[in-house]
Design a protein. Structure first.
Length: 132
């Protein structure tokens, strides 16, 4: 299975409040902030002083990120692009990672599918369908 590192997911109450702090570490926005109504989040990718970060704030009370923030988590997932999406899901499942939801299109990735899988120790992996 070919995994290509893409980003570390970072839950934020307000993305605008995080940007000045991350700028100190050399990070800057890669593009505009955008909203994903399917995932119920607002997203800003930043790069610079380390691995690419995906800053994610809730876009409503039903957003899964709201629950992550309530638990006090900030950095919460590792994301990888995969060439063979279904095979990668099967491989992670064989290693006792369980999908948290069905694969769904994501605005952040031009409507390519993503899926989140969790291990028994709560390691959270996001798989991103590679471009065709």
């Amino acid at each position: 299975m070919d995994l290509h590192f893409h980003h570390v997911g970072m839950a934020c109450r307000k993305i605008a409040a995080e940007l000045p702090e991350l700028a100190i570490a050399g990070y800057s926005p890669e593009g505009p902030l955008f909203e994903d109504p399917i995932q119920q989040v607002r997203i800003q990718f930043v790069s610079g002083g380390g691995p690419r970060l995906e800053l994610i704030e809730p876009a409503g009370t039903e957003s899964p990120v709201a629950g992550i923030l309530k638990r006090g988590n900030k950095f919460y997932h590792l994301a990888y692009e995969v060439d063979r999406f279904d095979d990668a899901i099967a491989s992670f499942r064989a290693q006792q990672y369980f999908p948290l939801s069905s694969p769904a299109p994501a605005v952040a990735f031009d409507m390519r599918h993503v899926v989140f899988l969790a291990s028994a120790t709560l390691t959270l992996i996001e798989l991103i369908e590679a471009r065709a």
